[in-house]
Design a protein around this ligand. Structure first.
Ligand code: RFL
Length: 392
């Protein structure tokens, strides 16, 4: 089997790249470890930047999003017993963010790929890559119990943080930057309408909490917890009591309680592999970088990478120009370090770190006051949260 671009992973990065290439008449094959239903229904990120939304619309994927996406103009930061709104729409001169769950985006992409008759292998774990440096690139995978090989001009490693593509780069050709945080997030889905239409962050001395809307009748809520916490250690009563404590403030409607339909703990880290390309292999999305979810940048960064990679491959195949492909990593990394800075900075500002003393906690408060209470602070938050320029 042979294709122009072999794509490992059918997450948002792999599916979007395949869709972009198809629109330009470039052939690709997706090889995915999990089953199709599992990929479609995985609950993960939920906030899209302005640039991601423009990308969706520009690529003909704006239909369901236009009906289901919830436009956001502000975030309500709650600390010191008060609400402090940042109207990022106003502060950024009219840019927005949207709540649109990742599984809806994946559904849109999957439907588009299926409708176009895309070649996709599910339940097909990739075992190794060959010829990545300068030979004939080959993806080795298993399907229906038999080993398979896919020859390709280029390989897009869109296989997430725990995939195999990053490991195909020799250790002395890649530098890895990593920070593991001493806490995680307990995330729940609750059958309850959100008390407000705005994403709300509780920056409380007992730990961070967050409230976001998933639909008019479903709320997504998070609580800072230990990184290795067992979700079962949190009874429903304990969850609601902590959410009220960390999020409710006088004069604002309190968190609405409801049936908890899902509970899970996510650990948190910052991670970046440099460079993001090696020979015929290009890493995109979580395969190359991880951010703590505080800034809602994981999914958006995957989309930004793919936008650059798709454009570079089109330049190469349509116009015979290799400059974009050669500079793929440099273009993505320049933006990604700014995204890492924003995500790690916010994460550090709003969480309680074990062992921090009173001085550090007061500095965190001063950071929050500067960010929410000054024109410069609001502008900086707004331009980062709604998304930095892609490929600039
Ligand atoms: P994905 O979505 O992880 O997709 C990678 C795909 O590759 C497949 N794969 C393989 N396929 C074949 N052979 C192999 N050997 C393979 N190894 C792996 C996997 O099965 C999978 O289908 O990466 P992608 O496309 O780069 O997309 C990135 C986003 O999914 C990710 O950044 C965000 O979801 C991160 N994230 C969140 N980001 C936010 O901005 N806000 C959030 O609230 C948020 N919540 C989350 C998250 C990530 C989570 N995970 C990964 C633990 C919650 C969770 C639970």
């Amino acid at each position: 089997m042979r294709t122009q671009v072999g794509i490992v992973g059918a997450g948002p990065a792999g599916l979007m790249l395949s869709h972009m290439l198809h629109l330009e008449g470039i052939d690709s094959v997706i090889v995915e470890r999990a089953g199709q239903e599992h990929v479609r229904t995985r609950l993960r990120a939920g906030v899209l930047e302005q640039g991601t939304v423009e990308m969706l619309r520009g690529l003909g994927l704006g239909g369901r999003f236009g009906r289901l996406g919830l436009e956001q103009h502000a975030i309500d930061f709650r600390f010191a017993g008060e609400s402090h709104r940042i109207d990022f729409h106003a502060a950024s001169g009219g840019r927005s963010a949207w709540v649109y769950p990742q599984h809806e985006l994946v559904t849109d992409l999957m439907d588009a790929r299926v409708a176009a008759g895309a070649c996709m292998f599910f339940e097909a774990p990739v075992t190794r890559l060959e010829g990545v440096r300068d030979g004939n690139a080959v993806i080795h995978f298993e399907h229906d119990g038999a080993p398979q090989r896919l020859e390709c001009d280029y390989i897009a490693g869109c296989d997430g943080f725990r995939g195999v593509c990053r490991d195909a780069i020799p250790a002395d050709e890649v530098k890895v930057y990593d920070r593991v945080y001493p806490f995680g997030w307990l995330g729940i889905l609750a059958d309850a309408p959100a008390p407000t239409s705005e994403i709300t962050w509780g920056c409380h001395e007992d730990g961070f909490a967050m409230l976001s809307i998933r639909s008019p009748s479903v709320t997504r809520l998070y609580l800072q917890c230990a990184p290795d916490e067992e979700p079962e250690a949190w009874s429903d009563d304990r969850i609601w009591s902590e959410l009220h404590k960390r999020l409710d403030v006088p004069d604002m409607p309190p968190v609405n309680e409801g049936r908890i339909s899902q509970k899970g703990v996510t650990a948190m880290r910052s991670f970046l592999a440099e460079p993001m390309q090696y020979g015929r292999l290009f890493l995109a999305g979580d395969a190359a970088h991880i951010v703590p979810p505080t800034g809602a940048k994981g999914l958006n960064s995957a989309m930004a990478d793919v936008q650059v990679l798709g454009r570079a491959l089109v330049e190469h195949y349509k116009r015979g120009a290799g400059t974009w492909l050669a500079s793929y990593s440099a273009i993505c990394l320049k933006r990604m370090w700014l995204v890492q800075r924003f995500s790690a900075g916010l994460c550090t500002m709003v969480h309680q770190f074990p062992g921090d003393n009173a001085f550090v906690r007061r500095l965190q408060r001063a950071d929050l006051e500067y960010m929410t209470g000054t024109v410069a602070g609001r502008l900086q938050f707004a331009e980062n949260f709604t998304g930095l320029p892609i490929g600039a």
